[in-house]
Design a protein around this ligand. Structure first.
Ligand code: MF3
Ligand code: CO
Ligand code: CO
Length: 266
């Protein structure tokens, strides 16, 4: 693989690699735009995943998750107290359910990874608050991205914002470097202290994907070895973007083409 690694073994990509990441990120984001209108009470998460599988194929791309460590689906769909890695299945959504749909595609060998929140039917006030804080926490993290900042700065921006709203940041899962691989160094923690961790450099590509709980941060993985839930059964939300560090800040590779990243937009 071309290019160089940073002192912390994080790949530094070339200027022309940004365009490739935009193509991969845009496809993942477009598929999340398209699945939105299908989310409704009575619809199964398996039906949503079938649609996503078809859209990936129709785009001439590949799913990064089918066959990944034995995972068999094109998306993870995490409903209510499921924190992440929910397996799509035949359970129907109910009115008021909130869900994260996470899609990763491979386009010309490059990975685009993004997730966002959806609502089946009516949104409760509690869920609305959780979703807003989680979305805004991701954007606070992204605002901290620039050369010379550290990964601890990103984690601190997210954690301090979430805790100011009396919610908690999940510690058991993190963001990750990506590019021509799905999961690469570094671990992008969504908590931390300013000035700690590796220093960001232009050309680094990674995800930021905070999971926020209304209750305590602890999680457990169910017997299926994938589904992570909150230990206290409290509601959980997550948003994820793939970004690249530029000279002045960052570019978001997974912006919603339709402007529908947040469930109350468009
Ligand atoms: N897309 C997830 C992430 O944000 C990873 C899902 S791996 C799977 O890193 F196998 F569960 F699909
Ligand atoms: Co990710
Ligand atoms: Co993801």
């Amino acid at each position: 693989m071309e290019g160089r690694l940073s002192r912390d073994e994080i790949r530094i990509h070339a200027a022309e690699d940004f365009a490739a990441m935009h193509r991969a990120g845009e496809l993942a984001a477009r598929i999340l735009d398209e699945v939105g209108p299908l989310v409704a009470p009575g619809v199964t998460t398996g039906a949503l995943d079938d649609f996503i599988t078809r859209r990936v194929e129709e785009a001439g791309a590949r799913s990064a998750t089918i066959g990944y460590r034995g995972y068999r689906h094109a998306s993870c769909i995490s409903v209510n107290h499921v924190v992440c890695h929910g397996i799509p299945g035949d359970k129907a959504l109910r009115d008021g359910d909130i869900l994260n749909i996470d899609v990763t595609v491979i386009v010309d060998g490059w990975f685009g990874d993004t997730s966002r929140m959806y609502v089946a039917g009516s949104l409760t006030r509690r869920a609305e608050r959780l979703i807003q804080v989680t979305h805004d926490a991701l954007m606070k993290g992204i605002e901290a991205v620039r050369p010379g900042a550290t990964f601890g700065d990103i984690g601190h921006a997210i954690q301090s914002f979430v805790e100011a709203h009396r919610m908690s940041v999940v510690r058991d899962f993190c963001g990750h470097g990506l590019g021509r691989v799905f999961h690469a160094p570094p671990n992008v923690l969504h908590y931390g202290r300013p000035g700690t961790g590796p220093t960001l450099e232009e050309g680094m590509f990674f995800t930021i994907e905070p999971m926020v709980n209304l209750g305590r941060p602890e999680t457990k993985v169910l017997a299926d070895q994938w589904t992570a839930v909150t230990r206290d059964k409290s509601l959980s939300a997550q948003f994820e973007h793939s970004v690249g560090v530029t000279a002045s800040g960052c570019e978001i590779f997974t912006l919603s083409p339709a402007g529908r990243f947040h469930p109350t937009w468009g």
